[in-house]
Design a protein around this ligand. Structure first.
Ligand SMILES: [Zn+2]
Length: 213
């Protein structure tokens, strides 16, 4: 199964990719995870990516495509993969199409996790973190005492990425840059629209049902 997960930031692509990877026995490939691992490991690629991000830039399509190409050539991708966070732009999608075509393959299914902006903003702006690594959510997983970590009494804080203006900016980028991919893949007849407002487990079940048909 060669699958791409699309959907706005905060729609739960990472959780779905993890569940689907286990259910379908294909690797979950997250370009974000690959970048982070390389930055942490201090590799040449990591240094390159870090200097771009630190300067406020976006990792160029060519570099991202090269990384994905390397990853897809590994033996565990023979029977498929789940891409999460890639492609993000039309040029990336076109290059992925060309890459797969060279091997006589194609993207088989694109899951479009549909989730309204207001729900995303509610989900993300309710997140609270503790420096011990525990995470909370004001609605779905509140701490016993407001603003205080259950485990160690630490003060909870909001990550910069979860603040409403940041979330809205990322959503705007998604609508402008990545949403056009849905039309691109609709022309190939491979898009499945999935309601992304359900629980993680229900969403996984609906996706599995859709792709096994
Ligand atoms: Zn804590």
């Amino acid at each position: 199964m060669r699958m791409i997960l699309l959907g706005p930031p905060g729609a739960g692509k990472g959780s779905q990719a993890k569940n689907l990877s286990a259910a379908l026995s294909v690797p979950h490939i997250s370009t974000g995870d690959i970048f982070r691992a390389n930055i942490k490991g201090g590799t040449e690629l990591g240094k390159q990516v870090k200097s771009i991000i630190d300067a406020g830039g976006l990792v160029p399509d060519d570099l991202t495509v090269r990384i994905v190409k390397d990853r897809l050539s590994e033996p565990d991708c023979t029977n498929g993969f789940i891409l999460d966070g890639f492609p993000r732009t039309i040029p990336q999608a076109q290059q992925l199409d060309a890459l797969l075509r060279m091997e006589g393959n194609a993207v088989e299914v694109v899951i479009d996790l549909v989730c309204p902006d207001e729900i995303i903003v509610g989900r993300m702006s309710g997140r609270r973190m503790c420096s011990c690594g525990r995470t909370y959510h004001l609605v779905s997983n509140p701490p016993r005492m407001e603003g205080i970590c259950d485990a160690d009494g630490g003060s909870l804080y909001i990550r910069e990425d979860d603040k409403e203006p940041t979330v809205r900016e990322r959503l705007a980028t998604y609508h402008r840059q990545t949403e056009p991919l849905i039309a691109h893949y609709k022309l190939q007849g491979v898009v499945r629209d999935i309601d992304g407002t359900m629980s993680i487990a229900d969403t996984t079940a609906v996706i599995l049902d859709a792709v096994r048909k």
